[in-house]
Ligand binder design. Structure first.
Ligand SMILES: Cc1ncc(COP(=O)(O)O)c(C=O)c1O
Length: 452
């Protein structure tokens, strides 16, 4: 019989898979180290277990103890799995930028999850660095992991990821491309590989809003470079001790949009369903393509699984809201596509102004078409109601039919965006789209601004 004695024994020895489509512009053999094959679906299982084992060995983590960490999710998953097998509790502090799926997954494996604001300085007491540190000091029999500065993090990759890649490529690897967060993956893997062959080039992938690239190139920690970004898992506003800049040959920065678009491409073109930092790494590799030659063997690390991003990069509405979908928006049909699933909010002629105001408040809308039993007959809009209210404070109890304005113009689904936007004026705030069978949907100025 061949079986693992527990789930932790299945960590590591992940496959190396050739990429055949997303990197076809690159004239080299490109291989992805697909870390989703780990039991927690990410590379972080490796270092989570090693950090725990090292802390057990030197007494920092004692039997029945509580593991505390500021984690964007993947390290938490690895720690939680090991905690279950080894009998520890986990408290994880996570920033509110992280996907809800990541938080739910951590709770599913028994961890307590505390959510902190992203847009505060690391020194701020509300930041996830500060909160996790404070919990570490206040919780009895606890151990604060600190993956950023914990040397066991990079050592894991020196002991596992580096040797695996070296063996799997038969020592033929020429370049390594890795997204950098705590720096553990790139530093440990690079150190091992460069010891085998100092000519191997190591490229770090950074984000806009992070300090790594400039610091590597100039030695300047530029606080002006720090601003919120969407890409998950990579880039930092601190310099973690686990980033060993001396083994990294260069960084390239990838935009949030490109990272998201390429994350989707990997799933669609390679059938490899991986997370956001994989998209960054592939786009970064394409930005670096001049550096690769025909006989090169380029290895890229895919850190985590796509399932953690189904509400984000893999969701069309999420992509559309951020302008990440390069969709051609040319007609009225395109403009209403994202809210076609929602019912048209209307108010009836005999309802009162207070009902219309309540509906505007509940649905956060500024225009409402008015209907009677025969169909649409008029409209009410927020600013007109406000003017009427200033004239007459009793207006809330007035029937809509006494205050409503003209019905919005109606267009067909194939009306051009130009034609639709010309109909929206200071006096007329919306356009109705005829869906057939007496049904309509609404296009507002807001929808047009979003689209363009
Ligand atoms: C999805 C994802 N990609 C990349 C990284 C970066 O790995 P490392 O922290 O080893 O630099 C992380 C780690 O936080 C991650 O969660």
């Amino acid at each position: 019989m061949r079986y693992a004695k527990n789930i932790l024994e299945t960590i590591g020895n992940t496959p190396l898979v050739q990429l055949n489509s997303v990197t076809k512009e690159i004239d080299a053999l490109v291989l992805a180290k697909v870390e989703t094959f780990n039991p927690g679906n990410s590379i972080k299982d490796r270092m989570a277990l090693k950090m725990i084992e090292d802390a057990e060995a030197d007494g920092r983590l004692k039997p029945g103890g509580t593991i505390i960490e500021g984690t964007s999710g993947n390290t938490g998953m690895g720690l939680a799995l090991a905690a279950i097998i080894k009998g520890y509790q986990c408290i994880f502090v996570i920033s509110d930028k992280q996907s809800k799926e990541k938080m739910d997954i951590l709770r599913a494996v028994g961890a307590e999850v505390i959510v902190c604001p992203t847009n505060v300085e690391p020194e701020d007491p509300r930041s996830y660095y500060s909160v996790s540190k404070r919990l570490g000091e206040e919780t009895p029999n606890s151990w604060y992991v600190n993956q950023y500065d914990n040397p066991s993090n990079a050592i894991t990759h020196y002991e596992q990821t580096g040797p695996e890649i070296w063996e799997q490529t038969d020592g033929k690897i020429t370049h390594l491309v890795v997204g950098v967060g705590t720096g553990g993956t790139i530093s440990g893997t690079a150190k091992y590989l460069k010891e085998q062959n100092p000519n191997i080039k190591i490229w770090g992938i950074d984000t806009y809003g992070s300090v790594f690239k400039k610091y590597h190139e100039t030695g300047i920690f530029d606080e002006n470079e720090i601003y919120p970004y969407i890409t998950e898992g990579i880039g930092e506003d601190i310099l973690p001790k686990n980033v060993d800049f001396s083994v990294i040959d260069g960084f390239t920065k990838v935009t949030d949009k490109d990272a998201a678009v390429y994350t989707r491409k990997i799933a669609l073109e390679e059938g490899i369903f991986v997370g956001n930092s994989a998209g960054s790494a592939i786009k970064g590799m394409l930005q670096l393509k001049e550096n690769f030659k025909k006989d090169d063997v380029v290895v890229v690390i895919f850190h985590d699984h796509g399932s953690r991003y189904v509400g984000k990069m893999f969701n069309d509405d999420w992509m559309r809201e951020r302008g990440f979908l390069d969709e051609e928006i040319t007609t009225a049909a395109d403009l209403i596509k994202s809210h076609l699933d929602k019912d048209l909010i209307t108010v009836q002629t005999e309802e009162l102004v207070s009902h219309a105001i309540e509906r505007m408040r509940e649905f956060k809308i500024s225009q409402i078409p008015v209907r009677d039993v025969n169909g649409l007959v008029g409209s009410v809009d927020e600013s007109a109601l406000l003017h009427r209210y200033i004239e007459d404070k009793n207006i809330a109890d007035t029937p809509i039919k006494n205050v409503m304005g003209a019905m919005y113009p109606v267009v067909q689904l194939n009306a051009s965006i130009d034609a639709v936007s010309k109909l929206i004026t200071k006096e007329n705030q919306a356009v109705m789209v005829d869906l057939g069978n007496g049904k309509h949907h609404i296009i507002t100025k807001h929808d047009i601004i979003n689209a363009i």
